[in-house]
Ligand binder design. Structure first.
Ligand code: EPU
Length: 316
């Protein structure tokens, strides 16, 4: 999520001392780096660095980071697995927070429930559930994201959506206060969870049902086969556009004959029209220009607005 809001004024301390000051406010176990390259932390593999990159070691340290950002008017952004993300070539100004440390990435089985940190990988959630003979989260198997990212956008695949299986989530507000919310209190829509627009997801409890490991494994295999036969293996940010009401975006782009269209190192996947793949040398600019081209063609030729599902952040 993107935090509030203002960019630093020239009268404030220089950015180097900001990173140092932040490092002093948190425990030594919290990682603080300057100019951390982000392309390697996104599945599309484009984009510039994070000005200040932080992996908090605990909820208390995360709260300190948020308080620091608020006090210093520094913007912050929460990075998950970087799978639905396009970072512009100038990188992200301010603080990038990644919940990759163990305090935020564990998956624990408790009866028919899975308690997961926001930084846990969805694949790990699906695999642990299978191992425990729990059904209900098989669809998470091939989504290349974290629990936090999946909650934020109510990620879905194979007919399932994240909040279908959620019992509670844990969130933190921008003042650093954490609390648990029951699913019934949370308003969710297609690819959107309103409360997580201004709160950070810290974790979630998924409610499953008992099944055999074989049954769950079989379903995961079917999903995995479908994905591997219909989606590209090359680096991408997943589906680029939300599906418009009229027609799935992939089918529309296919019908418009735009698969294989290239700008620089970015190409519309030949396997699936709603994926833009990085052929190896793409820049964020290439991808953005290709997105604009697809949007213009859909609008001009079919009167359909394509809205990006991929989150676009950072500076040109
Ligand atoms: N289609 C085409 N040509 C293409 C691509 C698709 O004709 O090039 C057709 C398919 O044959 C199908 C329809 O379009 O009839 C829909 O395609 P698909 O079944 O692949 O599903 P999708 O709507 O494109 C959604 C999610 C995916 C998820 C798949 C599988 C969205 C935007 N995308 O794709 O999620 O993996 O279902 O369940 O909702 C993502 O969110 O990043 C993502 C990849």
């Amino acid at each position: 999520m993107t935090g509030a809001m203002a960019i630093m004024e020239p009268t404030t301390p220089n950015r180097e001392s900001l990173a140092d000051e932040l490092a002093r406010r948190v425990s030594p176990a919290t990682l603080v780096r300057r100019n951390e390259p982000l392309a390697k932390r996104t599945t599309l593999r484009v984009g510039g660095p994070a000005e200040i990159y932080v992996e908090p070691a605990s909820e208390a340290d995360l709260a300190e980071v948020l308080k620091f950002c608020a006090a210093r008017d520094v913007v912050f952004f929460v990075l998950g697995r970087g799978s639905n993300l396009l970072v512009r070539d100038g990188g992200i100004r301010g603080v990038v927070i990644c919940l990759a440390q163990p305090a935020f990435s564990a998956v624990e089985i408790r009866g028919e429930r899975l308690r997961c940190g926001a930084g846990a990988k969805l694949k790990q959630v699906a695999v642990e559930a299978k191992r425990a003979g729990l059904s209900g989260v098989e669809f998470l198997e091939g989504i290349p994201g974290t629990v936090g990212g999946a909650l934020r956008m109510n990620a879905g695949a194979m007919g399932g959506a994240t909040f279908d299986a959620i019992e509670t989530i844990r969130v933190m507000d921008q003042a650093g206060q954490a609390r648990d919310l029951a699913a019934a209190e949370i308003k969710v829509e297609y690819r959107c969870c309103a409360v997580l627009k201004n709160h950070l997801a810290l974790g979630a409890v998924f409610k499953c049902r008992a099944a055999t490991e074989e049954e769950v494994g079989q379903r995961m295999k079917t999903f995995s086969n479908k994905r591997w036969t219909s989606q590209p293996a090359a680096p991408s940010a997943g589906c680029c556009f939300k599906n418009p009401a009229e027609i799935p975006a992939g089918r529309l782009i296919d019908e418009l004959g735009l698969k294989g269209t290239r700008i620089g190192g970015a190409m519309v996947s030949l396997e699936h029209g709603n994926f833009i793949v990085n052929e190896g040398s793409a820049t964020a600019r290439d991808v953005l220009e290709l997105i604009a081209l697809l949007q213009a063609r859909a609008k001009n030729e079919r009167g359909i607005e394509l809205h990006t599902e991929v989150e676009i952040v950072g500076e040109d």
